[in-house]
Design a protein around this ligand. Sequence first.
Ligand SMILES: Nc1nc2c(ncn2[C@@H]2O[C@H](COP(=O)(O)OP(=O)(O)OP(=O)(O)O)[C@@H](O)[C@H]2O)c(=O)[nH]1
Ligand SMILES: [Mg+2]
Length: 409
Amino acid sequence: MHTGTRYILLVLGIVVALHTLLSFTHEEYGRATSLGNLAGHLPFGSSSSPISIYHGSEPPESHGDIDYVLPDTSTIGVGGYDIDPWQSAAGPRANASFVILARNSDLDQVIRSVREVEERFNRRFNYPYVFLNEVEFTNEFKQRIMVITGAKVEFGLIPKEHWFQPDWIDEKKASAARDKMVKENIIYGGSLPYRNMCRFNSGFFFKHPLLQKYRYYWRIEPDVHFHCDLPYDPFVYMQEHKKRYAFTITMYEFEKTIPTLWWSVQKFVKKHPEYLAKGNAMDFQSEDGGHTYNKCHFWSNFEIADMDFWRGEAYQAFFDHLENEGGFYYERWGDAPVHSIAANLFLSKDEIHFFDDIGYEHNPYTHCPRDKKVWKERRCSCNPSRSFDYDGYSCLRKWDKLVGYEHSG
Ligand SMILES: Nc1nc2c(ncn2[C@@H]2O[C@H](COP(=O)(O)OP(=O)(O)OP(=O)(O)O)[C@@H](O)[C@H]2O)c(=O)[nH]1
Ligand SMILES: [Mg+2]
């Protein structure tokens, strides 16, 4: 062999030996130089065709027109849209916070909810959290929350007068009402803490000192699920589109928890017709222009809303009126119908927003985005065929009718 050729072969041999050694000892080096990876950088690389994600030997059962084919990941970034899930989102932030009312015993379930909020949205947007409780949060609670988010977190104690049953409530009458509801098997019918919670969420959370600096809030409960990526800022959306109340799930309230609520509402409206908004959403909650209540309401365990609406003159007068009626304790008025009725009366329907693209679950109901493109691109983990939207117990059809949305199903 020619001496020159011998030298070339020797150098080549050393390079191959070094490569092999580095591939085994340095994981990163091996990954970066693997053939598969190099091919991906060539034009028309190996990942340009749609990928089927059938698991198991049989194709999955049909779910309407969803074809279970992922978008082409070579042209649009991971997850179907060109966004790095770890990178802080650019752009202005709204004056907003998450609000979580919880007991110390809710800790594990709260952690599950916050992890999903962070994963699907907040690790990019970094909005603060405010936790509220009528007793002090334990150190364990605080520490375990603070290790799962990099956002600012504050823990607040609820003032006694915002939480406990007021002295002027006739306790004999209230406890008789609770006993009656227990006999009738009404959910939380016998619970005083549940009533305190409903009244607090109806009329007081937005008065808490820690929330005074914020305008918008997103209410989170323990053990809820966020099924889809949220690549944009819903608070900024609310502000830019002049929205003041937003929901994901609607349903009917149990009649037995609110027997006199509508009657009380009617009394208020007669006294204060000036608070009724032009173009309001009365038709969502009444089939006869307000004569009777159809019990449709927004499920308030999810809310994104403007606290200045609750702090404003109309809602303050409305809440004071309901408070004086005593129905939070003599019946079991929920914050969901109270908030909803107010939003439907004192806001125009254009100020109320349905976040169809936020996949959300609070046991036992789930809202899964209706648009199959959104469902795919936002990597939703919910099953579209099990969405509560058009269940017989949901009121979404009424909302669709009000806003002129044509549902194809
Ligand atoms: N600090 C405190 N928080 C409470 C209390 N009761 C309920 N909460 C919180 O108030 C919110 C609503 O309570 P839930 O028990 O979830 O009521 P719900 O959603 O109607 O009923 P579930 O179907 O049981 O979830 C949750 O964020 C709870 O953690 C209480 O006595 N003290
Ligand atoms: Mg709940």
